[in-house]
Write a protein that binds this ligand. Sequence first.
Ligand SMILES: *Cc1c(COP(=O)(O)O)cnc(C)c1O
Length: 369
Amino acid sequence: MDIKIPVTRSSMPDFEEYTEEIRSLWDTRWLTNSGEKHQLLESRLRDFLGVDNVALCVNGHLALECILEALELKGEVITTPFTFVSTTNALIRKGLTPVFCDIDPDNYTINPDLIEPLITEKTSAILGVHVYGNLCNDEKIEKIARKHGLKVIYDAAHAFGVTKNGRSAAAMGDASMFSFHATKVFHCIEGGAAIFRDSSLYTKLCHLKNFGMTSPEKLTYAGGNAKMNEFCAAMGLCNLRHLDRAIAARKRVYGRYTERLGILDGIKLCYVPEDTNSNYAYFPVVIDAEKFGCTRDELADRLAENGIGARKYFYPLTSTVGCLDGKNPNSTPVAQKISDNVLCLPIYEDLDEKSTDYICDTIISVSER
Ligand SMILES: *Cc1c(COP(=O)(O)O)cnc(C)c1O
């Protein structure tokens, strides 16, 4: 059967709203290089995120690479293997050695209690990931980093719009990366941002993303090209206006799933902590095959047979694939177990209640067999 309900579907503004937003580009002919839309979106994001230094980039991955470059990190970085390959690849591509730390069994972010034994004289930073929008334990991480003189960076690709006690995820650590890819809660078609606590690093990143030129005739760094263009910034300006609506719609889907699947045996859901405002970016379930009656892979197959897309996200662990395969000395048993049993269910703005119920009915019928 063809997939009728995809795992994700991009939010879009009305066609007229977008064409109105880009109309001025036909007059100015200023299509990239920090144009009017780019400047306006950076300013809107500073307000929305409550931080001073937001540098827009062509995508989240290059924003993260630019952050690593701007901080001039060396040696080892303590990180999580339970993430999208981009996080790990960024470290390797910048000549850094990822040192993998296991994760918290309930919110799936890096387990701060396991970080200290991994610190060596070569460690320069901790790179956490706010997996599914679940925020890392930033207080504990900050304390460890201060004690050992390490930088703290967050891959916040999943955490746009998430706040803890009213404070934005963007305010955590020395630097954060957001992804505005088409599949994310807030998107610019392709896009991303680098956030810095220190404004001189923001300025440095603005040069790094534009070939390292600090003026038309002066080249200070060997930078690359990671600039966001005006058409993508315009899409971001439109989508930001409707973000509340998109998150509210996702919250309804989350509520329905929680109500219907929360009572089943052998399927573990992620709950939003009291102090956190979620963006409902993903709906991961972790299957206990014995109690549930079938494995994660079998459930994924049954869903596909019924036209429902679901994603083994994140599987496999980044520490076990590609150039790292077999070279990872640390075992991360919790991350391995979650990765082997997790499945992300469809969640997006226009997933209606009928479809959500159909997905729940299908899961319930599988568990009853
Ligand atoms: C999407 C994503 C990225 C990469 O972002 P792009 O904008 O696609 O380059 C990195 N890390 C995580 C956790 C992601 O989900």
